[in-house]
Design a binder for this molecule. Structure first.
Ligand code: BTN
Length: 271
């Protein structure tokens, strides 16, 4: 049965753009709570790698660090992919890095707009947040590896009617702020991102995506503020120096001390 939405986005339509359609089982929903939350439930119930849940709105979209992800109807694209990787738990970060790279490349190829990657999981365009990624991994006590990982991405395609809510109005942006996106774009984006992501995922440890990720970082060389999540100390000034082989962000504080950040929150300092 065809699952027609206001965007006519269907599983069949997405599948036509997939290089290996047999690898992904696609469900498209008009509105869900959170594609990540629902897919984690499916993972716990035994769903297999390649299960993909796509939604056109979310009522409880989630971001990193317990934040919400505004996911209004009609203007965005939200999807999560279930993986059962054989990698070590520490490598889960590389899933975020690989999909951030795949999304940046795909958006550029399909629209001509080139986002910058804000370590570790956000894409920016014209100094506004265009997309966010949330990877949630569950360890396997039996193997010491991962039982599963859910990689979710939300992309603001158009600007919501009436604009973004006040709390994020200064931060959020969209691919097409002033016009409608091409009709096929949503299907092409989902499939294009998966096509590229799978190429990286099949050789995750090779880090083929890392050069592109670094080259398109919008933090390197910039003045930033580092929030220490353990102490919740806000905004320590630093400079973003580099991204190392494990995708840690090397920062240099004003006293010259360097630190490799594994996760956390950094913001650009506006001069
Ligand atoms: C962030 O901004 O910190 C990450 C946002 C991730 C949002 C996506 S939308 C699809 C998937 N479902 C969710 O609830 N979150 C992710």
């Amino acid at each position: 049965m065809q699952d027609l939405t206001p965007h006519n986005l269907t599983a069949e339509q997405i599948a036509t753009y997939l290089r290996e359609p047999e690898r992904t089982r696609i469900t498209v929903e008009q509105c869900v709570t959170s594609t990540n939350t629902l897919l984690k439930e499916q993972a716990s119930a035994g769903a297999s790698e390649g299960t993909l849940l796509v939604a056109l709105s979310q009522t409880a979209g989630r971001g990193r660090l317990g934040r919400t992800f505004h996911s209004p109807e009609g203007t965005g694209l939200y999807f999560s992919l279930l993986l059962r990787p054989t990698c070590e738990p520490e490598e889960a970060l590389m899933l975020t890095v690989a999909i951030a790279t795949a999304a940046t490349e795909t958006i550029h190829a399909l629209t001509g707009y080139l986002p910058g990657i804000k370590w570790v999981n956000d894409l920016y365009l014209n100094n506004r947040k265009l997309a966010g990624i949330l990877t949630e991994a569950s360890p396997s006590p039996e193997t010491g590896g991962l039982a599963y990982a859910v990689v979710g991405i939300g992309i603001n395609i158009e600007e919501p009617v009436g604009g973004f809510p006040t709390e994020i109005a200064d931060i959020a942006g969209a691919l097409y702020p002033n016009k409608k996106a091409p009709a096929e774009l949503r299907a092409q984006l989902v499939a294009g991102i998966l096509n590229r992501f799978y190429e990286y995922y099949d050789h995750l440890a090779d880090r083929e995506y890392l050069d592109y990720y670094r080259a398109h970082s919008c933090l390197i060389g910039r003045d930033i503020l580092v929030t220490n999540l353990a102490t919740d100390t806000d905004g320590r000034p630093a400079k973003a120096i580099a991204i190392d082989e494990d995708c840690h962000l090397i920062v240099e504080y004003e006293d010259g001390r360097r630190e490799a950040l594994q996760s956390g929150d950094v913001r650009l300092r506006m001069r």
